[in-house]
Design a protein around this ligand. Structure first.
Ligand SMILES: [Zn+2]
Ligand SMILES: [Zn+2]
Length: 358
């Protein structure tokens, strides 16, 4: 009888303990969330680059083909404290917010061309740089036509801005600062135009080949003896190889034609002829990884960094397939860019430091 009552008491105690834990679940959940919230709210990244240092952060390494691991086209170039964003593809602004990028320091945006995957988050950049404390209207540089694109985004986001000023107050969100201002960069007959000179930084627009999208630009950033060139979207471009000469880093787009052909074949078999046709059409105005390697060699750059990668590369096997043949042309100085790839080019050295922000 004694043993039975001990068992009974133990079971009863266990039931009471389980009931107590169940009742406390809310409190435990909240306590865990409290710790998470404190940990997540870390201070903004103070700077992507030191004084006089040039750096590059890939905020979108993908393309219009849906890829959960890669946002669409976006790079940030930091020249000391000043940040410049090149293209504003879908998902890229969420990346920047996730990484606590100091968006109040964005001094300008450079748009390579007006395909949707390069402009779709211009409105978000307008909003998030303003919320972060940007002090002046945001300049958006691009080929002729940029004025239409910027006017459209300003109009589309006008109501949103009014609500936010009404809600948070004009001291925090002054309405005179929010608009974006288009800066048209006309192309010189030489195939290169200086788009901006500020605080020791020179940004040049380079004409590239993305017909029927004309004009289409790449951009070159020069700062304290270091240099980064970004291809934008382009078929193999002699003009890009010419004007990228001497850059430390060439960020180049890449489309693997054999992989894209396989996707097209699958779409044809699945009776999706419209998408199959797109797969047949796109290789003509992009550059294969092997061709990009040849361009990088001709330009004499130290690092070729692939971004705007087509198609999506879900694992390391497909990454190898994407780079197939590249090492024959260019054995060293090639990397696949990812969302979060950070390349630092310290001033007064020829070092290239590559890390990844998670
Ligand atoms: Zn394009
Ligand atoms: Zn594109």
């Amino acid at each position: 009888v004694k043993r039975i009552s001990i068992i009974f008491a133990s079971v009863a105690l266990a039931l009471v303990a389980a009931a107590w834990v169940a009742l406390r679940f809310d409190a435990i959940d909240l306590a865990l969330y409290h710790r998470l919230a404190l940990a997540a709210a870390t201070a903004p990244n103070p700077a992507l680059a030191d004084k006089n240092e040039l750096s590059l952060l890939i905020c979108g390494s993908g393309s219009p083909l849906p890829d959960r691991a890669r946002a669409a086209a976006c790079s940030v170039v930091a020249a000391g404290k000043d940040l410049y964003v090149v293209d504003a593809g879908g998902g890229s602004v969420r990346n920047l917010l996730d990484w606590h990028t100091p968006l109040a320091d964005v001094r300008g945006i450079f748009i390579t061309h007006f395909h949707s995957d390069h402009i779709e988050e211009l409105g978000e950049l307008r909003l998030q740089t303003w919320v972060a404390g940007r002090k002046a209207p945001l300049k958006v540089y691009g080929p002729p036509g940029i004025e239409d694109v910027v006017a459209g985004f300003n109009q589309a986001y006008a109501h949103d801005a009014v609500y936010r000023t009404a809600h948070h107050g004009a001291a925090m969100l002054p309405p005179d600062v929010v608009p974006m201002v288009a800066v048209v960069v006309p192309m010189d007959a030489s195939g290169k135009t200086i788009a901006l000179q500020a605080n020791g930084l020179t940004v040049s627009a380079i004409k590239v080949k993305h017909d029927p999208v004309t004009p289409s630009y790449g951009y070159r950033f020069d700062f304290h003896g270091r240099s980064i060139t970004l291809s934008g979207d382009t078929a193999p471009s002699d003009n890009l190889a010419k004007w990228a000469k001497g850059s430390d880093v060439l960020v180049h787009e890449g489309l693997a034609p054999d992989l894209v052909a396989m996707i097209g074949e699958g779409l044809s078999r699945a009776d999706r002829p419209r998408f199959a046709k797109i797969m047949r059409d796109i290789p003509g105005y992009h550059t294969s990884p092997v061709e990009a390697a040849r361009i990088a060699n001709r330009a004499g750059v130290k690092l070729l960094l692939f971004s705007h990668i087509i198609p999506p590369l879900p694992n390391s096997m497909v990454e190898r397939a994407f780079l197939h043949g590249v090492s024959d042309v260019r054995p060293d100085g090639v990397m696949l860019g990812r969302d979060g790839t950070l390349v630092r080019l310290p001033a007064g050295s020829d070092q290239i430091e590559v890390t990844t922000i998670e």
